[in-house]
Design a binder for this molecule. Sequence first.
Ligand SMILES: Cc1ncc(COP(=O)(O)O)c(C=O)c1O
Length: 380
Amino acid sequence: MSSSSHLLDVYPYLPFRPESAEGVYLMAGNRRIIDFYGGHAVAGLGYGHPDIVRTIETQARRLFFQSNAVALEVREEAARRLVNFAPQGLELVFFVNSGAEANENALRLACRVTGRSRILAIEHGFHGRTAAAAAVTWSAVGKWYGFPRTPFDVDFIPRNDSAAVAAMVDASVAAVILEPVQGQAGAFDLDAGFLREIAAACQRHGALLIADEIQTGMGRCGAPFAIELAGVRPDMLTVAKSLGAGFPCSALMMTRELAASLKHGDLGTTFGGGPLASALMSTVIEVIERDRLIDNVQVLSREIIEAMPLGPVEAVQGKGFLLGLRCRRPARQLLEELLRRDILVGTSADPAVMRLLPPLTLERGHVHALLNALADIGPG
Ligand SMILES: Cc1ncc(COP(=O)(O)O)c(C=O)c1O
């Protein structure tokens, strides 16, 4: 890092500096880089999308900000659209600002509603860096981002372990929180049967199921939300990342039954559900539906999956546009080789897995560019 920078040095930067972006391309000097990383899955509609630009301008002129002290039609409309887009039964929405904040509220609510203080999460899961979210994040076990203790008891269920579900989910559990496809862990998709067993066990013992769809949601996995692919109905669902196409916003969704336990003042936020965020959320859903972007995800994802193994990639995991390419060489090394060919991919907590989280607007030509680059790199 340059000694002239006043930014806290907590991020290892990639070796290029984007100056602008358009479609799925990042511009850096005279380079045009195809973005298969999407700014951590945030750029769901790519960059400079005309509907997004228009919404920002129109809403900023009309009403840039108002807090939750007043009712807003634009906020009501965003909630209505999100409920229609989400799995059946999640009929109430609380808007906040980031993924961790949505999870924080979901976990708080679970403890409060059930009167229990034990949360189960899945090994290798990631849920954020605030107190409660970090407590259920696997990589934070033992250190959980510097706090001395967790705010509730936490245990981790091994992935796809039915016996552990039967043994661990009992009447002491307030909630189980899980990502249907574990993003940070390398796009590891949990078995549909495992997800259904957890849902059934939660129901049996009065525990709540929280689907963390912060990374997997908004069409990324080839369905509006990934939990639907397993036929599971969660009690709560959290979504962020591409929800606002890059504008920071998130939502906690829940059943009417759960919402009935809340009264004025129980939850709160200054910025959550602001007019600009709300207008953008509505536009994102409208564009995904109008342009049939989920169909695009399904078709192009299948093309990528069917092309594997290829070059340094020996296996593929994940769903839709949240794919993990398991490689024979360290993913970080391959990221740099692909970047030299003007293709940006992600890494993950698994050093052998490269992650693809491109915009839903990706086209076949971009997929071919990636496949050609992998073939060109070779098995190495
Ligand atoms: C599944 C999941 N949950 C929670 C978070 C935390 O979101 P944020 O960084 O917006 O707080 C992330 C971020 O990567 C995530 O992938």
